[in-house]
Ligand binder design. Structure first.
Ligand code: EZ4
Ligand code: CO
Length: 405
């Protein structure tokens, strides 16, 4: 089944998404997500100029060979731009294979390992009171796991909070340059344990709670925070330190039994290898989109399973619904699935462009059985929401030093 055409769409129904559509000679098409927040157009150029011309006429069924061709064949293997581009091609090909086989993709992986996908939602707020109010609402909605993020008192902008915005906690809109935020490790360390103390006092220990440090601490600071949080029994602490130096996680591991999660920025299996085989982490957060597609992610899951490490894919609002649906199939299959990050059902604009259906019942996400990923993309609707240049914020310490955002 020959590949006839590859189209790349960039649209902004609330935020920017890069979507790939591969069309075969019999008219079957598949969808993939290539969104790389703040660097979207680099991925578009990679796909249109460097990938698409090589694939026209190739057999859409040869997913593994096409993946190797784009990864090894490029000579420049890894990097966020190239793996997002390869991932979208890989996802679109799996979608096509599912449609041609008349099966949901999870069937092609080996079938379901569970009835539904356990998700964790986000409870954010400007104050502890507001976070706890949102947590209460989510518990009533059936969530079994929730991530808590709270603005730091007297600090301009804290990761995960809204800063007065309604839809997304990351700033979006018509702004020409990255916004700047402020960070104080001292204020943070003094504040966060209180958030979890009050959450446990009010809601008890049945609800699983987690928190994203967003790589802002050093290993020894992170060790201290994880120890301070031990009484509140977190599901995990995410991105306690940056991942370039895997041994940072070894330091934390030696000090605390708070479980650790990381990997939303991993592009390859090799980024995760050292942490997994040393059992320094408990959850790998690599997404289908940023990890190079389903083809490498299933290998990552199998490798992680040898070391008791579970999958907890990244599910931020800057991954498109195509990625969410791919994660649904992956998570239904992966024997060592842990939990899926889930930020809700999207805005009317988003749901006008992407047609898919998921349903939350008792903290588990379900979908209908449809061939492929079970999602469609409305090209005409997408035209109504053109690309808007947009950046993630940058972060500075109080003295002006640039810090991890
Ligand atoms: O900041 O996806 O767990 N979620 C996260 C995300 C990331 C964004 C970066 O584009 O850390 O919100
Ligand atoms: Co994160």
């Amino acid at each position: 089944m020959k590949i006839k055409d590859i189209k790349v769409f960039v649209c902004c129904p609330g935020r920017n998404f890069v979507t790939v559509k591969i069309i075969t000679e019999d008219g079957t098409y598949g969808l993939g997500d290539a969104t790389l927040n703040g660097r979207e157009m680099a991925v578009v150029a990679y796909l249109e100029e460097h990938i698409a011309p090589c694939l026209i006429g190739k057999d859409a069924h040869q997913i593994e060979d096409i993946w190797q061709y784009l990864y090894k064949g490029a000579y420049w293997q890894n990097g966020a731009v190239s793996t997002a581009a390869i991932a979208a091609i890989d996802m679109a090909l799996w979608d096509i294979k599912g449609k041609l086989a008349n099966m949901p993709v999870y069937q092609l992986l080996g079938g379901k390992s569970r009835k539904g996908v356990t998700v964790y939602g986000h409870a954010n707020g400007e104050t502890i009171e507001e976070v706890l109010k949102n947590l209460g609402t989510m518990i009533n909605e059936g969530y079994k796991a929730v991530r808590l993020q709270c603005a730091l008192p007297d600090t301009k902008g804290t990761y995960g909070t809204m800063e007065g915005k309604k839809n997304y906690y990351e700033l979006q809109g018509n702004r020409p340059l990255p916004p700047e935020q402020e960070w104080s490790t001292t204020k943070y360390m003094n504040f966060i344990p209180e958030l979890f103390k009050q959450a446990r006092e009010k809601f008890g220990y049945a609800i699983a709670l987690c928190h994203d440090v967003h790589s802002r601490l050093t290993p020894i600071e992170a060790s201290r925070l994880c120890k301070l949080l031990e009484p509140y029994k977190l599901l995990f602490i995410e991105d306690a330190v940056t991942t370039e130096n895997a041994e940072g996680y070894k330091v934390i591991r030696e000090h605390t039994d708070t479980p650790l999660a990381t990997g939303e920025k991993f592009n390859t299996l090799w980024d995760a290898k050292e942490m997994i085989q040393n059992q320094w982490i408990d959850y790998v957060r690599t997404a289908v989109t940023h990890g190079g597609g389903l083809t490498p992610l299933k290998k990552l899951a199998d490798f992680a399973s040898l070391y008791h490490v579970r999958m907890a894919p990244h599910g931020a609002p800057d991954l498109s619904p195509v990625c969410l649906m791919a994660h649904m199939h992956f998570n239904l299959w992966a024997p060592n699935f842990g939990v899926q990050e889930f930020v809700g059902f999207g805005t009317p604009e988003l749901n006008e462009v992407f047609q898919y259906k998921v349903e939350l019942k008792d903290g588990l996400l379900y979908m209908d059985d449809k061939p492929g990923w079970g999602i469609d993309f409305d090209e005409e609707a997408a035209k109504k929401y053109p690309y808007k240049r947009s950046y993630l914020p940058v972060n500075r310490l109080e003295d002006g030093t640039l810090w991890n955002w």
